[in-house]
Design a binder for this molecule. Structure first.
Ligand SMILES: [Zn+2]
Length: 380
């Protein structure tokens, strides 16, 4: 159930996920937490025990995509695509994700339509079209491309700095842009008050991203220990999107990719576990992101938590990356990602302790409701 912009809501004697042993009385007014106070001892216990957590923030989705291979989307009618995009919004919200950063493909005007017309109150920060190999044509071309992206109203610029699953593992970290082009994109974007997220599997583009001071790098499975130190120092966030590679590596999984791609994904997944370890010990800011892009994946975003835990994060670290940590990466640490007075009431109500959930499936099934603080008009 989605509880959009509650005018007035009182939660008595609930637990806050991750805060052990204490109960809280929480009041929401006009879509914000107005009071969050520890319950008075001796107060009557509720009939059903409930937990509240901040709404999940997914820093890497592709809500506009309907198929793994983009060519397949082109075979669909525009009405069918729109219905599928609307369902992606709905499924994302139902699983407790209240804020997303779209990592490419979703124009801001589509967000406005899906939020206001379809009434799906999902907060989406967009990056519009991605800059990739076809744009490595010099800085004049890039300036024109960037002007178009800024014009669309997108807050972010997405740079494909290396290959991905489509590239052979031996070449996947080769830079797509020259160092000059890359630095131009970052400086020009920042000069226009926008932010940069960089798709990179590893190699020299991670160093370029650290020295240019981008907001975040994505995937980064071939990150080295030294590079982790540089990212931490430059305060560049790392959004590893770990689970998608495990899913892609499984030939019988929901993506059912061909054996060559499965093998590349398996090698990526193997490297990821190590990259997460380097990032964790260096103190890199880790952000939760799924890279989910198809109907079989939207709505299963919480699976990312399972993989982050498998790769060595504690529950507290994994949840931080999906709530307060992610909000800070968006520059929204002051009003998103916490159950605290004055914060937007984006939250998930659970009927079991989310920090004890054995896996994402159990976690998803324990969702009672999803609260979104802002009005649709504010989100659109
Ligand atoms: Zn992506």
């Amino acid at each position: 159930m989605i509880n959009a912009h509650p005018e007035s809501l009182i939660l008595k004697s609930v637990f806050i996920a991750g805060v052990e042993g204490k109960r809280f009385d929480i009041t929401i007014r006009d879509g914000r937490f107005s009071t969050v106070a520890e319950s008075v001892p001796g107060q009557a216990r509720p009939k059903r025990e409930l937990w509240i957590s901040p709404g999940i923030i997914d820093l890497h989705t592709h809500l506009a995509w309907t198929d793994f291979d983009h060519a397949d989307q082109l075979k669909r009618s525009s009405g069918e695509i729109e219905a599928m995009q609307a369902e992606a919004f709905a499924a994302t919200l139902r699983t407790g994700v209240t804020t997303t950063r779209d990592a490419g493909g979703l124009p801001p005007n589509t967000v406005r339509q899906l939020v206001s017309q379809y009434r799906h109150p999902l907060r989406v920060e967009t990056s519009s079209e991605m800059l990739g190999a076809a744009d490595a044509l010099g800085t004049e071309h890039l300036e024109r491309r960037l002007a178009g992206i800024f014009e669309s109203g997108a807050m972010w610029v997405k740079v494909m700095a290396t290959g991905g699953l489509g590239a052979p593992t031996e070449q996947v970290t080769d830079p797509v842009f020259s160092e000059e082009e890359f630095a131009f994109i970052v400086h020009h974007t920042h000069a226009n008050g926008k932010k940069v997220l960089v798709h990179t599997w590893g190699g020299v583009t991670i160093d370029w991203a650290a020295s240019a001071g981008v907001e975040s790098i994505e995937h980064g499975m071939f990150l080295t220990a030294d590079q982790a130190g540089r990212l931490a120092e430059a305060e560049v966030a790392f959004v590893p999107t770990t689970s998608i590679y495990r899913i892609a590596a499984d030939p019988k999984g929901v993506l059912a990719l061909n054996p060559v791609i499965c093998d590349r994904a398996a090698r990526a997944a193997e490297a990821h576990a190590q990259a997460i370890g380097y990032a964790r010990s260096a103190g890199v800011r880790l952000g939760f992101g799924t890279d989910y892009a198809t109907p079989a994946l939207h709505g299963f975003n919480l699976q990312e938590l399972d993989t982050l835990l498998d790769y060595g994060l504690t529950r507290a670290e994994a949840w931080h990356s999906a709530t307060a940590g992610a909000a800070a990466i968006l520059g929204r640490g002051h009003d998103l990602g916490r159950i605290a007075e004055g914060y937007l009431a984006d939250a998930v109500i659970w009927d079991a302790d989310p920090f004890q959930a054995p896996n994402a499936d159990a976690l998803r099934k324990s969702i009672v409701s999803v609260i979104t603080g802002e009005r649709a008009e504010e989100l659109a």
